[in-house]
Ligand binder design. Structure first.
Ligand code: BG6
Length: 489
């Protein structure tokens, strides 16, 4: 089975921060994959823009290096790489001065009818100055889109200020706020599963669902990012964006249509229905952790370069949603570094059968679970209770109904990286998988009091062993509700 692609119109993509890490690791390889899939036409123009002086040739060589490092050898035939880099150009442009802007204007002249995307892969302090200069130089055409990525603020106030700054030069319909989790194939599959099958929707509520667990576990340490990470912590780095988005897609009402307005309206309603976690009850809902030094390497505080750091690199939360669908069925979220494995999943735990008709009782019977695995092995698994095969009575065991995409849909389907999908959506002008400004603000509005309470000394981080599944306190959070986390493996 071969994945079908619909080509996009010839476009101009200008990546500010074009020589940076994201462009090298993700954007250039993603564009190349889409080019190989014949989705990117070969008269597209991709301009890397940055302050440093560099020739077009040098940037093309830089692009080849990136592809050699991040695209498998058998997926990058030499002649295709050559055609691809012919579409690549470089512009020396300074966000903070007039340097290079005239040349960029000249380069884009006469191309006003093509979809034009400016991708700001730069620190947020440059967003405002770049937007101002794009406006002042008349570079914002009707078909222009602006792409930005987290951090989209540090709190509610700064998110408001950032949105206002973007709104000064762009209409909301031109803004593409990336959360790369929304581009992950399985996340989109969650919507297909929920809204493409009549099977689940009648059960998708607290009458049948006991609770939901969302886990984003990483085995890597913060490593050399320690100093930077310590300014943010897991709450800002993972929960405010990625985890909140996963929660929204799991909890939202069916939108009337799969379009940007309808989907984002429903996600926003979930964010607004989150039960506030206040300073008085934060310790009943939030567990924060830091990995201790161990055989695998130094502890979090050493890597952060601050022995007194109170920033969390692990967090577990109990989140309640105040609406009819979810009252009584909490969402438990956890994410952390240096855990037992890299594993991201959404697990929907259904309620136990109300009564067992089998002599063996309910001992072997567990509530059904629907597990949507985002990584490393994307797939969906439904755990059912079945009869233990063989004679000797009716014993019930839990067994999986397993759909591993790579296996079941044929090996030729390479799981595309999230950026491939998202970049093509930008060019097509489809905002469905991007966050709207009000969503970002609503997520911060709910998170802010939790961060404030933690920074004020509540829920101080507890230590956990490297390679474990987090601190004991995180298990207690569920035990006290009569539940347990799924293993991280
Ligand atoms: C990023 C965070 O947004 O997501 C990182 O800043 C984290 O700290 C990463 O490692 C995880 O992304 P993925 O796609 O590897 O799950």
């Amino acid at each position: 089975m071969v994945a079908k692609t619909v080509p996009v119109d010839p476009f101009d993509l200008i990546v500010f921060g074009g020589t940076g890490d994201l462009a090298r690791r993700k954007l250039l390889p993603a564009l190349f994959h889409r080019f190989m899939a014949r989705q990117v036409p070969d008269d597209a123009l991709i301009i890397g823009a940055a302050r440093g002086k560099m020739t077009r040739k040098a940037f093309q060589a830089h692009t080849i290096d990136a592809l050699e490092e991040f695209v498998a050898e058998d997926e990058r035939p030499k002649d295709k790489v050559k055609t691809f880099v012919a579409m690549v150009d470089y512009a020396t442009v300074d966000a903070m001065s007039d340097l290079g802007w005239d040349a960029l204007v000249k380069r884009l002249k006469g191309r006003e009818d093509r979809p034009r995307a400016f991708y700001l892969s730069v620190a947020p302090r440059f967003f405002g100055p770049i937007c101002d200069r794009l406006g002042a130089n008349d570079l914002v055409t009707a078909a222009t889109r602006l792409v930005v990525e987290k951090p989209l603020g540090r709190d509610y106030e700064s998110a408001l200020a950032l949105n206002a700054q973007l709104a000064a030069s762009f209409d909301e319909s031109q803004l593409y706020r990336i959360d790369h989790y929304l581009g992950k194939e399985t996340v989109q599959n969650l919507m297909a599963l929920r809204f493409g099958n009549a099977l689940f929707e009648p059960l998708w509520n607290s009458k049948f669902i006991d609770h939901v667990q969302i886990t984003a576990a990483e085995s890597v340490a913060v490593g050399s990012r320690g100093g930077y990470y310590d300014q943010n912590g897991a709450m800002r780095d993972m929960v405010q964006n990625h985890m909140m988005q996963l929660l929204c897609l799991t909890a939202m009402e069916p939108p009337s249509h799969f379009d940007p307005g309808a989907v984002r309206d429903e996600k926003l309603k979930v964010l607004k229905a989150l039960s506030p976690i206040t300073e008085t009850d934060v310790e009943d809902h939030v567990i924060r952790g830091q990995y201790a030094a161990g055989r695998k390497g130094p502890g979090y505080v050493e890597e952060a370069g601050d022995p007194n750091s109170r920033t969390e690199c692990f967090i577990a939360l109990k989140v309640e949603i105040d609406n009819w669908r979810w009252a009584g069925a909490p969402f438990y979220l956890r994410t952390g570094k240096r855990l037992a494995a890299r594993h991201t999943e959404i697990a929907i735990r259904f309620k136990d059968a109300p009564h067992s008709i089998f002599d063996s009782g309910v001992a072997g019977m567990k509530g059904n679970a629907l597990v949507i695995t985002l990584q490393p092995n994307e797939g969906i698994q439904l755990r059912l209770n079945i009869k233990d095969p063989g004679p000797g009575g009716m014993r019930i065991v839990s067994a999986p109904l397993d759909m591993s995409f790579a296996k079941d849909l044929g090996r030729e389907v390479r799981m595309p990286d999230a950026y491939e999908r998202l970049l093509m959506d930008v060019i097509r002008g489809d905002q469905t998988l991007f966050m709207r400004g009000d969503e970002v603000e609503a997520a911060w509005a709910w998170i802010d009091p939790i961060i404030k309470a933690c920074e004020g000394g509540k829920a101080t981080p507890v230590s956990y062993a490297q390679g474990s599944d987090g601190p004991m306190e995180s298990h207690i959070l569920l035990h006290q509700d009569g539940r347990r986390w799924r293993d991280i493996e």
